[in-house]
Design a protein around this ligand. Structure first.
Ligand code: ZN
Length: 432
């Protein structure tokens, strides 16, 4: 019996898995231009060139804007650690892997950033009872004046984020509410909008009036949608749902109002929110904690910066550092727009790993390293790109100059120029 299972595995299951993986790989390769850069880069690094040694790998990583594996893994681990910590599944201890955030912190030169600060993240909670009734009327309905019902009690909310700070406003003629708050440390716009709705619910509740048909208006559809969501991953959304649940018996509804469309209540709330953001005498309220994405973005930024530093401080990879002096995402994008074969050629040229005479001699393919075009000097990338007299015309056509002073000149050109100089040409094009 076990033999049969073994046979099934080797003869049937494993080939299917292998074939599946190949099909997937192939599909990914075809998608190469459309997928996110990171994926493209990872594929490119594996697929384009036969990487021969560490300096070539470092150069390739630089031109493809691929974080070195060690750094990449650290970044991913740190992001995972933030999430685990925020989920309370993991308490940072003082040794081993759990020091990853500390380690990332050491790479960071921005002293204001604290990777240990808590975030708005919440382990997903499911709210099957459903929240309050939420309605998003169309713009046409608003234009017809068919949304506001005179028998309802309307409360308007708004948020304002300015350079000087964040504020929220709550306005209701019927309940005689006109409140401005300043949010202490600023926050994202959607968080402030949700905060404003929560505060409106609290004020309605505090007013203690027996209410029927209260409607809270907000001009943020995103805020309304996250409050309506049955799965909550944010502390501020959860506190807002709780505050609204106190009012449920009173029949409260949330409704979208278009901003800046002369709806009186919305204008009132907008004015109050701006007052709060300005801070003059407005009551101060603790802001929501920053979203978890802000810490993840910060980690990503630290890793990118470190990669740039590592590249600029290297003292090997001469050709690549001349032609590609700094990690540059736009240049990488330009490079990756081209067909795979062209990218391969360009990567060979820029990293110095292509079939020029000096390399052929080093790899023991030829004995003679002198230039096959002019026969005057050694055939190096610098010679070919900058001053080989036989290539004067080609340089003029593709790079706009007959001679270059050095590879630094080429670094200032668009990568397209370098590619059109290098393409269709035996030395750069050959595969080995
Ligand atoms: Zn030459």
């Amino acid at each position: 019996m076990p033999q049969i299972i073994h046979w099934m595995y080797t003869a049937v299951i494993r080939p299917i898995i292998t074939y599946g993986a190949l099909v997937w790989w192939e599909a990914m390769n075809k998608e190469v231009n459309k997928k996110s850069l990171t994926k493209v880069q990872r594929l490119a690094a594996l697929g384009i060139t036969g990487v021969r040694n560490n300096t070539a790998q470092a150069a390739l990583e630089a031109i493809l804007n691929l974080q070195p594996l060690e750094l990449y893994v650290k970044g991913q681990a740190a992001k995972g650690a933030v999430r685990l910590r925020e989920s309370n599944f993991w308490k940072p201890i003082n040794y081993g892997h759990s020091r990853i955030l500390e380690e990332i912190g050491k790479l960071n030169s921005n002293k204001g950033l604290n990777l240990n600060s808590p975030t708005d993240y919440l382990v997903a909670r499911h709210n099957f009872e459903g929240c309050v009734n939420i309605r998003i009327p169309s713009k046409e309905e608003w234009e017809d004046n068919s949304v506001i019902n005179e028998h309802e009690t309307s409360v308007y909310t708004d948020a304002s984020i300015t350079k000087t700070g964040a504020g929220i406003g709550i306005y209701s003629e019927a309940l005689n509410i006109q409140k401005s708050y300043r949010l202490k440390n600023g926050c994202h716009a959607i968080q402030a909008e949700i905060c404003a709705i929560r505060e409106a619910a609290r004020l309605i509740w505090v007013s203690g009036k027996p209410l029927r048909d209260v409607t809270i208006y907000s001009d943020s559809q995103a805020a309304l949608r996250s409050i309506a969501s049955k799965t909550v991953r944010s502390k501020v959304v959860m506190s807002c749902q709780e505050a609204l649940s106190w009012l449920r018996g009173d029949g409260v509804g949330l409704r979208w109002v278009p901003g800046h469309k002369n709806v009186v209540g919305n204008i009132g709330a907008d004015r109050l929110a701006k007052l709060g953001a300005g801070g003059n005498g407005a009551e101060v309220m603790d802001s929501p904690l920053p979203p978890i994405s802000s810490l993840k973005d910060a980690i990503e930024e630290i890793i990118l910066k470190k990669h740039r530093e590592i590249w600029q401080n290297r003292n090997d990879c001469g050709i690549a550092r001349n032609l590609w002096p700094k990690i540059d995402n736009n240049r990488t994008r330009q490079l990756l727009k081209h067909k795979k074969n062209l990218v391969r050629i360009a990567a060979g040229v820029v990293t110095g790993n292509c079939a020029v005479g000096v390399n052929l001699q080093k790899w023991k393919i030829t004995d003679d390293s002198s230039c096959r075009e002019c026969n005057e000097e050694e055939e190096t990338i610098e010679h070919l790109m900058c001053w080989c007299p036989a290539l004067e015309n080609r340089r003029l056509q593709t790079m706009g100059q007959e001679f270059l002073d050095g590879l630094e000149d080429a670094a200032e050109m668009g990568i397209d120029n370098i590619m059109s100089f290098a393409r269709n040409w035996k030395c750069f094009n050959a595969r080995w």
